[in-house]
Design a protein. Structure first.
Length: 221
């Protein structure tokens, strides 16, 4: 592989956290990955927007509670101005307002700071590829919130969904990540991703959080 091609494949990441004691070690750990370059570090939402405008940037790893401009507002402005840049939230907060606010603002991933390096790098890669990754605690909260807000199941799904696509939607609704779905159905993760892409296209599902909601409404979870 040429040097230019290798450079093109590397993901350019901005790390945003108001605490230097978190921001700097996190940037250093991510820089150890073969396919990630930390191109900037930010202490608030305004610094994030400045870094992305200076670009190019592929993914922002975003804290939520920051001074000057918080992570939700920064995510909202960022996804509006630079929709090609993915946002993965990394925060200590997993309450409903934080989760729904961040996902509603356009974040593609949501992790708590209990996540390890492998989980964080996996979420960054997934977000850059247009996929969503949610912490298990976050998935559980979304499931509980969705179940409380949906008065009765039964929203119909497209008739052309295959039995396998319905199985995948059911398992997404139960909070399983792609790897868990693959193990449950004895198929590869690549095959799971294909089913999810087809499912999302047929059912007009935006992201994984939307898929959880649709599974619950359809009585599959």
């Amino acid at each position: 592989m040429s040097e230019a091609a290798e450079e093109q494949q590397r993901l350019r990441v901005v790390v945003a956290d108001d605490q230097a004691a978190v921001r700097e070690p996190l940037a250093a750990v991510l820089a150890l990955s073969d396919d990630i370059d930390v191109v900037a570090a930010a202490a608030n939402g305004e610094e994030v927007l400045t870094a992305v405008a200076a670009g190019p940037v592929d993914v922002v790893l975003m804290d939520l509670r920051m001074p000057v401009m918080d992570g939700i507002e920064a995510t909202r402005r960022l996804t509006g101005r630079h929709p090609e840049v993915a946002v993965v939230v990394l925060t200590t907060f997993a309450d409903d307002d934080s989760i729904l606010g961040a996902l509603g603002a356009g974040a593609r991933g949501y992790l708590t700071k209990n996540a390890g390096r492998r989980d964080i790098t996996r979420a960054i890669r997934a977000a850059a590829a247009g996929q969503s990754v949610l912490d298990r605690e976050v998935q559980d909260r979304l499931l509980a919130t969705a179940r409380a807000r949906v008065p009765a199941p039964g929203q119909p799904l497209p008739e052309d969904l295959t039995p396998r696509e319905r199985e995948v939607l059911t398992l997404i609704g139960q909070g399983l990540p792609n790897r868990g779905i693959a193990e449950k159905l004895f198929i590869s993760e690549a095959t799971v991703k294909t089913h999810i892409n087809n499912l999302f296209a047929k059912a007009d599902i935006r992201d994984r959080a939307d898929a959880v909601r649709r599974a619950i409404e359809a009585g599959l979870a």
